[in-house]
Design a protein around this ligand. Sequence first.
Ligand code: OAD
Length: 285
Amino acid sequence: RTRLEHFYSLEHVIDGLQSAKKILVLSGAGISTSLGIPDFRSSQGFYAKLEHLGLSDPQDVFDLGIFHTDPTVFYLIAHMILPPEHSFTPMHAFIKTLDDKGILLRNYTQNIDNLESNVGINSDRVVQCHGSFATATCVTCKNTIPGHEIFECIRNKEVAYCTKCTKSRLALMDKDDAYVPESYGVMKPDITFFGELLPAKFHDTINEDLHECDLVISVGTSLKVAPVADIVDKVPPSVPQILINRDPITHCNFDVSLLGYCDDVAELLERKLGWKDEKEKSEKF
Ligand code: OAD
């Protein structure tokens, strides 16, 4: 697709950020790696760490069918991506600053770590496109609980079961001829697995946001997973798009790519925009 060239230098990026009123931020795993949470597709990423499992495709750990037949596959590895409950990164803080300034239209995050909530971005302004660890739901009775209640099981690599379904599960298991599915009464974190629909909020907001946004920032994502990755192609050509990423992305057209660690880029932008001074002053008083 042919795109207009809007930015030619960092100064153009700064001008663009200063004049934008409705910024759409599309974020991915790269914005959380500085906290030790692996991304997915890098050479040291989560999928590379799963080679020992012998799966034909490491993405199968997020396959709904496999979860139902054998939830132990997910519970064996989930500890590797368990999010910290109170931390966030300078890049999350940058997105929160956009929100505080009233210029964040929406943060579409593919991350399941819920760090947008830790940093305090207004929940109306966040779409967790792939769900998150914030809650978990029983696959049998659909009871939903706070996600942290199953974190201990995840840390211990044990399947978490629904307390409401324990009785009926044990009763079924006691019957000689009863078939008890492996996933009976299993709690599933409310992460969108492959084979599941994206949360309704994504579909409710994306079309209007595509028409409203006046600047797009894609940050810390390889843009390999649809439909989120398709967002960048659907943005009207008149809207400038910035990439902030460690590695270049060659299959999408950005007006400018700021390549590097996103926390460093966030710091650089905040300094150039004068937002760092503003923050320091407001902290003093
Ligand atoms: P990927 O692992 O595919 O891409 C992460 C990108 O972040 C890579 O391009 C890295 O170069 C970049 N990166 C890593 N650390 C960085 C840093 N400190 N600063 C800047 N860039 C950095 O992750 P996603 O694109 O988020 O689905 O993956 C999308 C989806 O694929 C995920 O949501 C996940 C997975 O299957 C589910 O969790 C269901």
